[in-house]
Design a protein around this ligand. Sequence first.
Ligand code: MTE
Ligand code: MO
Length: 335
Amino acid sequence: MLIKRPDPIKASDITPESVYRNRRLFLQGLAGTAALALSGGAAAIPSYSFDDGVPVYPGPDWLQRKLREGDRNAALSTSEAPAPYISVTTHNNFYEFGLGKQDPSRKAQKFRTDPWSVEIAGEVNKPGTYALEDLLGPHALEERIYRLRCVEAWSMVIPWMGFPLGDLLKRFEPTSRAKYVAFTTLHDPEQMPGQRGFFSTLDWPYIEGLRMDEAMHPLTLLAVGLYGNALPPQNGAPFRLVVPWKYGFKSIKSIVRIELTEEMPDTTWNLAAPNEYGFYANVNPTVDHPRWSQATERRLPSSLFSPNIIDTQPFNGYAEQVAHLYNGMDLRKWF
Ligand SMILES: Nc1nc2c(c(=O)[nH]1)N[C@H]1C(S)=C(S)[C@@H](COP(=O)(O)O)O[C@H]1N2
Ligand SMILES: [Mo]
């Protein structure tokens, strides 16, 4: 697989701060970024290679061992070709490390991902704080190749390594009052330059949430790996959520806290712009963002000459598995 390294164009660096406040303009900026032409053949399934010269983030030894024991879950994976490693690891949204798509890959490399601990709190019989290694202990990792559809109308196919969130939650015995799950990203302005910014529109730490039945759905994944290797910092190392039928912003990165709650939790993007980003955020081509269409998406890698615009599917193509969760709900109201 031959992949051209993108030119070091920093669209983000020459874009005025005011533009970042507006996700639509941010999206237009993406059109420029796409001209980087992340060209090259898509990796063939089931094998892929890293001969594009991109360094692979090693991660701790214990995780490497665990990753090697992982197996692909073919039944829950798409057969579409994954985006090249370089696309998945250099086109990111991780506002803690900056607003440009390449900021996370540039600025997160020294992010300390080990040791890492996670607090399990709220409506569970067994709350506590655990080292990530212990938290993962009983869970076998499996590979899931999922589509990821960003609310900004680009998408990628990504081979994650992880395990079902539901399996983890069951271990801590949710009480009958547990109706939602709330997630929190690390708050560490010393390591995360985006959390120090004067101009940030987001409140830190980044928070997200799911309804209990969404959290228990077998597609809902906690990921610790990518392309069979450790999750790189820019992709949310060492521990992130992946909810493939929802817009990407639900898939919160670098999680330090999971709390089961009785009330619907606040979520970062909903707090920032409640009329634009709902709690549910299910991918829905028939409900446009107030400022752009959600009917189509740019499947990365794409270039000026092959923009690779495809139709967006209801629930990002996972309707058969998840549409029933929303029976009787008006998806225009609960966007
Ligand atoms: N903590 C945190 N999690 C986050 C984000 C973020 O800015 N901060 N961005 C979200 C958005 S908008 C998307 S599209 C996905 C992108 O994941 P990726 O960079 O691994 O492709 O992460 C989501 N999780
Ligand atoms: Mo996104």
